[in-house]
Design a binder for this molecule. Structure first.
Ligand code: NAD
Length: 290
């Protein structure tokens, strides 16, 4: 293996230490960041993610409030809860753990969140602000990837950036962020022809397709930087990314692993958004009283 490992765990740890100090300072000013985490149903992966998020909050001094709702919760009930949290002064930011059970419309649920408390940056108001280059929050996974690149002094400006995947959570917002950093961005998806050929053009290749080991070493330009967002559990429980690590790490100059790469960075960015939301709430409250 010749590639440098881009260590998200280590970087996330130092980001969290800074957030912890920031939260201590805010508390001295009477600002108490609080994150509401809503989980509907009993999906084990969602439960695990929610537990991680609560643990992260506790580590940096952010209070988290869990709302665990029954699988059969109606959309009306869920939206009513969100509306209550929207005006609750203890709650700076709201996160609805996705995916929701099939009977709930994710778009309508996300649209119900107060954009000022949109911890994930999924609300169309915030997506629009991101698109027009004036973001309020940054979407967690894409922002985590940019911080990982920048902390490792990987220049984005002028580089050929290829993003595999066009989801609203990863691919599309990441493409916008890379563009805002002056990358030349190509977005690939399930209908892209000659995927390997397009990937081989990339100086920076980010793969978020949710397809185990879709991209192998022969689809990577020698010396490229490879960010593997995918997390896939194979039968027998082995975790693999969307990139075949054994072959890709022979060709790339730098690469993330399936664990300790993008995941911890995503989690750290959620904490950043929660702190930002607490500051926004404080400013708005002060304006309301003046
Ligand atoms: P998604 O299923 O919403 O989107 C997948 C995208 O990949 C789609 O746009 C689709 O067009 C594209 N795609 C699928 N098959 C393809 C193929 N054969 N060739 C080219 N493109 C293809 O997934 P998502 O939410 O964007 O997540 C993607 C992966 O990233 C998943 O494995 C998910 O678990 C992981 N993920 C990890 C983190 C993290 O923090 N580590 C965060 C979010 C998502």
């Amino acid at each position: 293996m010749s590639a440098k490992i881009l260590n998200g765990s280590e970087l996330a740890k130092s980001i969290k230490e800074n957030i912890k100090k920031e939260v201590e300072e805010l508390k001295k000013q009477g600002i108490f960041p609080g994150l509401a985490v809503i989980i509907v149903g009993n999906d084990p992966a969602s439960r695990l993610y929610v537990d991680f998020k609560k643990k992260d909050c506790a580590e940096v001094g952010i209070e988290s409030f869990e709302f665990a709702l029954d699988e059969k919760t109606t959309e009306e009930e869920l939206i009513k809860l969100i509306q209550q949290l929207n005006i609750d002064s203890k709650i700076s930011a709201i996160l609805v753990q996705l995916p929701l059970p099939a009977h709930l419309n994710e778009e309508r649920v996300i649209n119900a969140i107060n954009p000022d408390k949109d911890a994930d940056c999924f609300h169309p108001f915030n997506v629009g602000r991101l698109m027009t280059g004036n973001p309020l929050f940054l979407p967690c996974t894409p922002a985590g990837i940019i911080e990982l690149l920048e902390a490792n002094e990987i220049e984005i400006a002028g580089k050929e950036c290829v993003v595999v995947g066009r989801s609203n959570i990863v691919g599309k917002p990441l493409a916008i962020l890379l563009l805002s950093k002056n990358g030349t961005v190509t977005v690939c998806h399930s209908k892209t022809k000659n995927l390997d050929e397009v990937c081989r053009r990339a100086d920076i290749l980010v793969v978020a397709a949710g397809k185990p080991e879709l991209i192998k070493g022969n689809a990577i330009k020698p010396g490229a930087v490879v960010i593997d967002v995918g997390v896939n559990r194979l039968e027998g429980k082995k975790l693999v990314g969307d990139v075949e690590f054994s072959t890709a790490s022979e060709v790339a100059s730098a690469i993330t692993r399936v664990t300790g790469g993008v995941g911890p960075m995503t989690r750290a960015m959620l904490l950043k958004n929660t702190v930002k939301a607490a500051e926004i709430l404080d400013i708005k409250n002060k304006k309301a009283y003046n």
